[in-house]
Design a protein around this ligand. Structure first.
Ligand SMILES: Cc1cc2nc3c(=O)[nH]c(=O)nc-3n(C[C@H](O)[C@H](O)[C@H](O)COP(=O)(O)OP(=O)(O)OC[C@H]3O[C@@H](n4cnc5c(N)ncnc54)[C@H](O)[C@@H]3O)c2cc1C
Length: 410
């Protein structure tokens, strides 16, 4: 599994959730093409069923469909996924509140909370069994040479030199190497970056009262707190939390001992699940939004967090990345059906057109939310409370928003 082949039709850098799914989709839908996946981690991701991974993702229906299409969803569902049937979002500073219910859109659930390591480990396993895929662990690209011209008829190969010194070449290089993408940097693609001046704190908690499969989010002036219901632990008393807080506030929270942290969390959640009785180890990381100025260059496309990373307040990061996968695979298939070569500029341009505006709109909305809920001005507070109340009273608008959040067309 470890020795990279010198040449592959398509090379993907990064076997995280987005890169691994992209590799599987391409390999299955283009069985006559070879796919090489280079991943920096030395070994396959392992899922530990006896612990809860603090990094979770909320998957929409569209993302579940993509996982189903590559035969992985069934394995996840039988291992550990947590459906949520309601969402409850409210403003700590006022009376604004909005609630979404799966019943109102005739669905069994609004989405699923899934541990990142479970999805990635299943996808990587499936990749490693796929005959036309070579999954190369512990490999990083050191140097990159893209075809020189971006003329429509230039279909030269992308040349790669790996840190191990080995050389490789490919017709199409797909960068799925995350928010700090080294391929994006090596290709000289700039990204618009904004520091959210917040840290995200993640951990798994146990509460006094059951969560009832409700995903809760409380917006405070210092940042939002999300309580995501898990099926782990006894009878639904465990949640994964993402607590985004202004940098100073987050440092203070991280410095608390376990008892004081649980007390702080009980207060921050307004005791909506009673006392927080236990918290696992906490992890924190700085929050940035980034958007690549272009998603492609000759022979290269960026996908997932390599192209865009987003504030976790609406839990949309992976879902946007998986939408990129759907669009890019569709465009590549379309081009091949017309006998166009892999990496053809028209294909990459169509991919960018399909995804960049949607991603930009979502990034913009997240920045707007963060500012709106962080604002202390009386008028803005009134506006957001009134706004939430008004939306909550409009069944059609709510239905539209639920479908948007679920990644389905209304
Ligand atoms: C706290 C938190 C909560 C979140 N909650 C949600 C949520 O509820 N819903 C949601 O949709 N999204 C959520 N997200 C966002 C989500 O985790 C990311 O959008 C998603 O992981 C991006 O996937 P990716 O595969 O593009 O990148 P990554 O997951 O970062 O994977 C990149 C892969 O590339 C590899 N790699 C890196 N550099 C190299 C290199 N040079 N060479 C080779 N390989 C390399 C890495 O080892 C890794 O395997 C959350 C994020 C955070 C931080």
């Amino acid at each position: 599994m470890n020795k990279p082949m010198p040449q592959a039709d398509i090379t993907i850098v990064g076997a995280g959730l987005v890169g691994a799914l992209l590799g599987l989709q391409l390999a299955r839908r283009l069985p006559d093409h070879s796919v090489q996946v280079l991943e920096a981690q030395p070994t396959l991701t392992q899922f530990n069923p006896s612990a809860v991974d603090p990094r979770v993702v909320a998957l929409t229906e569209h993302s579940v469909d993509l996982l189903q299409a590559v035969g992985v969803w069934g394995r996840l569902a039988s291992a550990r996924v947590s459906p949520y049937t309601k969402m409850d979002v409210w403003d700590a500073e006022g009376t604004g509140r909005i609630q979404f219910d799966a019943d109102s859109v005739e669905r069994e659930q609004l989405g699923f909370i899934v541990e990142n390591s479970l999805v990635v480990s299943e996808l990587q396993q499936a990749l490693s069994y796929q005959p036309n895929v070579q999954l190369c662990m512990g490999q990083r690209v050191k140097q990159l040479l893209l075809p020189e011209s971006d003329a429509e008829d230039n279909f030269g190969q992308v040349q790669l030199i790996l840190e191990s010194g080995e050389k490789s070449a490919t017709q199409l290089l797909l960068a799925a190497d995350g928010a700090h993408s080294s391929i994006r940097t090596l290709a000289g693609i700039d990204a618009r970056e904004s520091d959210c001046h917040q840290q995200g704190i993640v951990t798994t908690i146990t509460t006094e009262r059951p969560h009832g499969q409700v995903a809760r989010q409380r917006f405070m002036a210092t940042g939002p707190l999300a309580l995501l219901p898990l099926t782990t632990g006894a009878q639904g008393y465990q949640c994964s939390i993402v607590w985004s807080a202004d940098t100073d506030c987050a440092s203070n929270i991280m410095a608390l001992d376990d008892h004081a942290f649980c007390e702080a969390l009980t207060r921050a959640s307004e005791g909506c699940l009673g006392q927080v009785t236990h918290a696992d180890a906490r992890f924190s990381f700085p929050l940035w939004q980034r958007h690549a100025l272009t998603y492609y260059k000759p022979g290269l496309a960026l996908v997932g967090d390599a192209a865009h990373s987003i504030h976790p307040l609406a839990g949309q990061g992976v879902n946007l990345g998986l939408k990129d996968v759907g669009a890019l695979v569709g465009e590549i298939e379309r081009a091949l059906a017309r006998d166009l070569p892999l990496g053809c500029m028209a294909t990459l341009r169509r991919y960018q057109r399909a995804r960049r505006a949607d991603n930009r709109a979502t990034l913009g909305a997240m920045a707007g939310f963060q500012q709106l809920f962080g604002a202390d001005a009386h008028l803005l507070r009134w506006l957001r409370n009134e706004g939430l109340r008004q939306v909550d009273r409009q069944p059609l608008l709510k239905r539209f928003l639920i479908n948007k959040a679920m990644g389905v067309n209304s």
